[in-house]
Design a protein around this ligand. Structure first.
Ligand code: SAM
Length: 281
């Protein structure tokens, strides 16, 4: 994949990544091996650490904000106090799959498709779906993240695309959608291990995921395209995620795998979370 993101190296519990011109070094517990290229690590413009609190070293050398095209979507990036910068690049291959699947299904079904993105963060998947001509609903409990995603929409000239921007708790929103009769053809959900809804509602994946999945399957159209479930929570392996989806479907196909941070040939792939999807074939 040739774009503004690149994994440069990983090891010693750290990862070295390039986002456009900005090279960052951040923690990554699963990188338990030795770096392949120890001499390139001094290219890092800034470093993030969780030792003794959350700290950026060199934050002043980073631009306040910068834009990078990742998998065909321009994203605004900016350092946050938690070490996030506004994109999880391990999801970029899924954005491409969502874009091409929605475009093909629109053609096949000969109608507009509706896409729902839950826990949608800065909106990479929403914008990939909008690029495919889908009507989108983008939901996150954080007002700031929804504003960030709207800025990303404008950067991609999608400010007038048919996207509903919703700040709400996922479970409350889905209950209302079931009652309102709103239905979706493709749904992506990326539940966090632990999160808070709009009014502080507690979200714990172990306790909340089954309710979320029941509701997700209550808002599918009669002839949907897919449900895509991703997770960064330890223990939620590709097979676990696939088994969760299999509970709801006795036809169609299932696929699953690891989300990967990747770089040029020769750089070790770095697993960062898992995915599974049901495809209505
Ligand atoms: C791990 S991020 C999702 C990453 C995103 N899907 C991506 O790949 O770029 C989790 C997001 O879920 C949101 N969130 C957490 N609990 C929530 C809840 N109960 N309802 C809605 N959103 C929630 C957070 O605000 C955060 O933006």
């Amino acid at each position: 994949m040739n774009d503004g993101y690149e994994l440069l190296d990983s090891g010693n519990g750290r990862k070295l990544e390039r986002f456009g011109e900005v090279v960052l070094e951040r923690p990554c517990a699963q990188a338990v091996w030795q770096p392949l290229q120890p001499d390139i690590w001094d290219r890092a413009m800034a470093r993030f650490d969780r030792v003794g609190g959350l700290n950026w070293e060199g934050r002043g050398r980073m631009p306040d904000r910068w834009n990078v095209e990742i998998a065909g979507v321009v994203m605004k990036l900016s350092a946050t106090d938690f070490g996030h910068i506004g994109v999880f690049p391990e999801t970029r291959a899924l954005w491409e799959w969502i874009r091409s699947t929605l475009a093909a299904e629109k053609e096949k079904k000969g109608r507009e498709l509706k896409f729902l993105n839950l826990f949608a963060y800065s909106g990479g998947a929403t914008l990939a779906a909008a690029q495919a001509g889908a009507q989108c609903c983008h939901l996150d409990a954080s007002k700031g993240m929804v504003e960030w995603a709207r800025e990303n929409a404008a950067l991609n000239k999608l400010q007038d695309a048919p996207i509903r921007w919703i700040v709400d708790d996922v479970i409350k929103f889905l209950r209302r959608e079931v009652k309102r009769g709103n239905r979706y053809d493709g749904i992506l959900l990326d539940p966090p291990s632990f999160g808070r809804g709009k009014k502080g509602e507690l979200y714990k994946i172990e306790e909340s995921l089954m309710t979320t999945l029941d509701l997700v399957h209550g808002v599918l159209t009669d002839d949907p395209a897919f449900v895509l479930l991703t997770s960064h929570t330890p223990g939620f392996s590709p097979i676990v995620l696939g088994n969760l989806l299999r509970q709801y479907h006795n036809s169609g196909s299932f696929e699953c795998g690891e989300m990967l941070l990747t770089g040029k040939p020769g750089v070790n792939d770095l697993p960062n979370g898992n995915w599974a999807r049901w495809i209505n074939e």
